[in-house]
Design a protein around this ligand. Structure first.
Ligand SMILES: [Cu+2]
Length: 158
C-alpha cells in the first residue's frame, strides 16, 4: 500500500508524541514518586471532632520510627497549628476537614494536598534537613482564608 511520505512522517510523529506523553507520566510515577493523594478513606464530615481516628491530633511516633501527623483543617486554622517532626524519617500526614474544602501546602516542599470534607487526605514525605516551614491553605475557604496558616518545625532526629 502506498502511503504518502508526509502522511507517514506525521503518523510516526503522532505516535512519538503519544509515547512521550505516557513516558512523562511514567517518569513522574516511577522516577519521582509523584502520586495523587488517595481519596479512598471517607469520614462523616459532621462528626470529625468525635471520630476516633482524629480524636488525638498531633504527632505520634510509630514502632518503626516513622511518624504520623493527624490534623484537622477548619475555617480558618490548622489543628494543630504547630507541628514538630524529626528530620530523615518518614512522616505520614492524615488530614481531614471540619467544614469546607481547604488546602494543605508545606511551602518549599512538594507536599500540597486538597483537604475535602468527607475524606481523609493522606501523604508521606521525608524531610532531609532540619528547618522551619510555613503551612498555608491554598483553596479559598472564606473571609479569613488569607490568615489561615500553620508552622512545621523539622528537628534534628535524636
Ligand atoms: Cu483557605
Amino acid at each position: 500500500m502506498h502511503v504518502n511520505p508526509y502522511e507517514r512522517f506525521w503518523m510516526w510523529a503522532a505516535a512519538a508524541i503519544i509515547v512521550l506523553f505516557f513516558g512523562t507520566i511514567g517518569v513522574g510515577l516511577l522516577g519521582q514518586g509523584i502520586r495523587p493523594p488517595s481519596h479512598v478513606e471517607t469520614i462523616d464530615p459532621q462528626a470529625v471532632w468525635s471520630d476516633a481516628r482524629f480524636a488525638e491530633r498531633g504527632v505520634a511516633t510509630n514502632p518503626d520510627g516513622s511518624v504520623t501527623v493527624t490534623g484537622i483543617t477548619l475555617m480558618f486554622a490548622f489543628q494543630p497549628a504547630e507541628i514538630r517532626v524529626p528530620a530523615g524519617r518518614r512522616v505520614t500526614f492524615r488530614l481531614t476537614s471540619a467544614d469546607v474544602t481547604h488546602g494543605f501546602q508545606i511551602v518549599g516542599t512538594n507536599a500540597n494536598v486538597m483537604v475535602v470534607p468527607g475524606y481523609v487526605s493522606q501523604f508521606t514525605i521525608v524531610f532531609a534537613e532540619p528547618g522551619e516551614y510555613l503551612i498555608v491553605c491554598n483553596e479559598y475557604c472564606g473571609l479569613g482564608h488569607h490568615a489561615m496558616m500553620g508552622k512545621l518545625i523539622v528537628e534534628a532526629a535524636p
